[in-house]
Design a protein around this ligand. Structure first.
Ligand SMILES: [Zn+2]
Length: 271
């Protein structure tokens, strides 16, 4: 029916990317994430492709997190010319995040090349530049949740809210086999939890014939929100009250984890 190749986020948790090749040769790429980690065996992951970018027909993006979207500027730079289909909010968020990622790539390579120079090694190019990130945004198509979007005569896609971050979606690809007869491939993307503030609850996916499922915390059971809050309060109490230590809050991430919802006002407002 189709071939699926896992090109990332298999036996590791970042660099999500899955290639579906349909019987007629149509190639669909689900996500195009950056590997974010420092395991030696993934050293070249971000620089090499498991496929030829120019041979991909369509790309579908589940959400804007960099481990799912972070190699899109490179995909475009290396020859992908087609549409990048995602929700409208993912498109907006990706436009900010990919520019930021490009800025980091440019800075990282300056640092890396200084070290290489000292060791007498050849310099490397940035994975992609701010200009590459800006260019790839022209390929993004933002659509709404819940409606089938017709990609071509035989292929449609539908997004359901996956409750993970702003714009995040599960993806159902509908493939027409013959008139009135379809096959469905589902990709969960990252799945959020219900009863979170701000975000809507995840919506169940369509019934599918084949399912690619995120399983990052598959072996763990989560505590509920009240547990999270109490846990956080305990850590703050232990650090700041009992040990009279400092509380440092990194607030650069995208998401709505409990930790992101602590508001720290500017210094002049604190007394
Ligand atoms: Zn995510």
């Amino acid at each position: 029916m189709a071939k699926i190749k896992f090109c990332g986020a298999a036996q590791t948790v970042t660099g999500s990317s899955h290639l579906i090749t349909l019987d007629d040769g149509t190639k669909i790429l689900l996500d195009c994430g950056l590997y974010q980690g420092n395991e030696d065996k993934y050293d070249n992951f971000n620089r090499q492709w498991e496929f030829d970018p120019s041979e991909i027909d369509y790309m579908i993006l589940s959400h804007a997190h960099i481990d799912h979207s972070g190699r899109i500027p490179k995909l475009s730079k290396d020859g992908y010319k087609g549409d990048i289909i995602c929700t409208s909010a993912t498109r907006d968020l990706a436009s900010i995040m990919l520019m930021d990622s490009a800025y980091i790539q440019e800075k990282d390579v300056v640092y890396l090349n200084k070290r290489k120079e000292r060791l007498g090694l050849k310099p490397v190019e940035a994975l992609y530049t701010i200009e590459d990130a800006r260019n790839c945004m022209d390929q993004f198509i933002g659509i709404g949740y819940n409606r089938w979007y017709r990609i071509n005569d035989d292929l449609s896609v539908r997004f359901r809210d996956s409750g993970h971050i702003l714009g995040s979606a599960s993806v159902t690809v509908r493939i027409k086999k013959e008139e009135g007869y379809y096959k469905y491939i589902g990709f969960t993307g990252d799945i959020g939890r219900p009863d979170r503030p701000i975000l809507r609850d995840p919506v169940p996916m369509d019934d599918v014939d084949y399912l690619i499922c995120e399983s990052t915390y598959g072996g763990k059971s989560h505590g509920g929100i009240p547990d999270n809050k109490q846990e956080l309060l305990d850590v703050i109490h232990h650090t700041c009250v009992e040990k009279r230590g400092k509380l440092i809050i990194p607030a650069f991430s995208v998401g709505t984890d409990t930790r992101d919802r602590i508001h720290v006002g500017p210094a002049r407002n604190r007394r």
